[in-house]
Design a protein around this ligand. Structure first.
Ligand code: AMP
Ligand code: TRP
Length: 326
């Protein structure tokens, strides 16, 4: 790797990636490849902190990996691997765990939310420590994540500082990068809440694997606002505004430009145009996804993991020395 800045991000192999994941996360990951040394991880160990089925985990992590490749993660420019295939993540996580107070973990919003839903376990409590290890093991400078991950990144920064001051400088303290655009794609059935993998209604989201017919149906049935005029106003026209943002992303046109063309044409005509733009924009990703074999994905993941293990081992050699294990 070069002396460019290094970034790391992770995605859980739970649920199916949708246009929210693409606009809010994956498209940024793809774009960052030209500016940074990029390391992306399918965090299968994190996915085990909620109830799961082994066969499902196996197929989900391969699906997500394939989707990342189809969306434009380029293995000649990025490392892309399964977290569990680089055991140094877990080793570092243990050591960082010995520097983490229980109170700090118990106060994490995500822990409280998930623990409230039942199924508390040590993995769920330790989740942010493993996330810190994911980031620190590669000594990265920055982490592109949404606002919901701010607390976890704060813990990561604390742990880097705590380790460095106790044992000597090993880790850069990583910055958070939050994408400016498309930070929140809203649900098609309720434009006041975020499009989400876990929404029980499949009509609330457009999957990256949806075909043109499904996309057109979902967009046509999207909840819109009272009135007839197409305009951008997130507070009073959340449904139309959400569709405008998606339209802008997929058509590469500005919202103003779209509003001036569609203002007076009515919601029906507008929705057809949005559906067509989304379908057309997703087609190359869907085609790449469908054209890729599981074997190809497996090879990319294995060779990336081998490189990641070498990098991670370099960090662990200094960590073990510093903490008295070597
Ligand atoms: P999740 O789907 O919750 O596992 O999130 C994976 C990544 O996609 C995270 O970085 C999220 O911030 C991003 N993401 C998920 N849903 C949306 C959405 N509706 N709008 C924007 N970004 C999203
Ligand atoms: N917790 C993150 C999420 O739910 C996923 C994740 C795990 C991650 N390890 C990471 C993100 C390291 C960024 C960096 O979205």
């Amino acid at each position: 790797m070069t002396d460019r800045k290094r970034v790391f991000s992770g995605i859980q192999p739970t649920g199916d990636p949708h246009v929210g994941s693409l606009i809010g996360a994956l498209s940024n990951w793809v774009r960052m490849q030209s500016e940074y040394d990029t390391i992306y991880c399918v965090v299968d160990l994190h996915a085990m902190t909620a109830p799961y089925d082994p066969a499902d985990l196996r197929s989900k992590r391969a699906d997500v990996a394939k989707m990342l490749l189809a969306a434009g993660i380029d293995p000649s420019r990025s490392l892309l691997y399964y977290q569990s295939e680089v055991p140094q993540h877990v080793e570092l996580s243990w050591i960082l765990g010995t520097l983490t107070g229980l109170g700090q973990l118990e106060r994490m919003t995500q822990f409280k939310e998930k623990a409230d839903k039942g199924g508390q376990n040590l993995g769920l409590l330790a989740y942010p420590v493993l996330q810190a290890a994911d980031i620190l093991i590669h000594r990265v400078h920055a982490v592109p994540v949404g606002n919901d991950q701010a607390q976890h990144l704060e813990l990561t920064r604390d742990l880097a500082e705590r380790f460095n001051s106790r044992f000597g400088e090993v880790f850069p303290v990583p910055e958070r990068i939050t994408p400016e655009i498309g930070a929140r794609v809203m649900s098609l059935t309720d434009p006041t809440s975020k499009m989400s993998k876990s929404d029980p209604s499949s009509k609330s989201r457009i999957l990256l694997t949806d075909g043109t017919d499904q996309i057109m149906k979902k967009v046509k049935s999207a909840v819109t606002d009272t009135g007839t005029e197409v305009g951008f106003d997130r507070a009073n026209k959340p449904g139309i505004s959400n569709l405008l943002e998606m339209f802008s992303f997929f058509s590469d046109r500005s919202i103003d430009d779209l509003v001036s063309e569609y203002r007076a044409l009515g919601y029906g005509t507008f929705k057809i145009a949005v559906g067509e733009a989304v379908a057309e924009g997703l087609k190359p990703i869907r085609d790449a996804y469908e054209g890729m074999s599981d074997a190809e994905v497996g090879e990319v993941m294995a060779s990336s993991a081998a490189r990641a293990r070498k990098m991670a081992e370099r960090t662990m050699i200094s960590v073990r020395e510093r903490v008295g294990l070597a």
